[in-house]
Design a protein around this ligand. Structure first.
Ligand SMILES: C[S@@+](CC[C@H](N)C(=O)[O-])C[C@H]1O[C@@H](n2cnc3c(N)ncnc32)[C@H](O)[C@@H]1O
Length: 243
């Protein structure tokens, strides 16, 4: 069953969302890191650090970073001193940017591999913790992806999701709406060459379940002790759940 209220796809209402998402991230991979930091004024890295901090007390040894993209959240998770981090993503081009980054930084404890969150190439209970940064909004079937991550998590293991949400208070709400509708698509097109990607971004955020609604979906998919923390006036949120 599809959980997102309205299914928003990058290019066309027809066809597979998974294929369109892969194609979109393949096409913007060369500018993804720059645009992320530029469009968020660098706040995205602070959000990733806050997400990783939610795993501090668990001290996970094996971490899976799903929808790892160019590996920024996987790299941030090294703060926890895990033995191994595995990153999976649909987009080979995003992974290649990530691989170059890891080589440049001399990081050997992170492995990046192509894979789909809805059909993960891992055994049951392999990981102590799973992180997902700005990924779940792009899943074709949200509940299937959440259940599949639950499968590869060990009992007692923890899922931490960082995802955009919508600020709901004046004046941040109004500023955010204006920025998303008028500024983001223009800058996105100028710097990445893709109009679709930066129209899809605010549209997918607008239609994605958030807050308590998202916690209910997590619980339905097998997670306990679920919690949400809103960041930067609700521009993004961290969701936690335990298997
Ligand atoms: C916005 S980027 C986030 C990258 C990274 N986590 C970060 O914090 O910057 C979203 C990534 O999710 C990936 N993705 C979307 N759906 C996926 C799925 N079903 N399985 C694996 N990766 C997926 C995309 O290919 C893309 O690289």
């Amino acid at each position: 069953m599809q959980s997102t209220k309205t299914e928003v796809k990058p290019y066309s209402p027809e066809g597979s969302k998974r294929e369109q998402v892969e194609q979109m991230f393949d096409s913007i991979s060369h500018r993804y890191d720059f645009l992320n930091h530029f469009l968020s004024l660098g706040i995205d890295n602070i959000w990733r650090k806050k997400a990783v901090a939610k795993l501090q007390s668990l001290q996970p040894k094996r971490i899976l970073d799903v929808a790892t993209g160019t590996a920024d959240l996987a790299i941030a998770s090294l703060k926890l001193k895990p033995e191994e981090v595995v990153g999976v993503d649909l987009s080979e081009n995003m992974l290649n940017v990530g691989r170059k980054k890891l080589t440049k930084k001399g990081i050997e404890s992170i492995t990046l591999t192509q894979g789909d969150s809805e059909n993960l190439p891992f055994k049951d209970g392999e990981f102590d913790a799973i992180t997902v940064g700005f990924g779940v909004r792009n899943y074709e079937n949200l509940e299937k992806g959440l259940r599949e991550m639950n499968r590869v998590l060990r009992p007692g293991g923890k899922l931490v999701i960082l995802e955009f949400s919508k600020p709901n208070k004046f004046p941040v709400k109004q500023l955010f709406t204006f920025y998303s509708k008028y500024i983001l698509p223009i800058w996105g097109r100028l710097f990445s060459g893709s109009t679709e990607a930066y129209v899809y971004l605010p549209e997918s955020v607008k239609h994605f379940p958030e807050g308590e609604e998202f916690l209910k979906i997590l619980e339905k998919c097998g997670y306990k002790n679920t919690e949400v923390s809103r960041l930067s006036f609700g521009i993004s949120s961290i969701y936690e759940g335990t298997k």
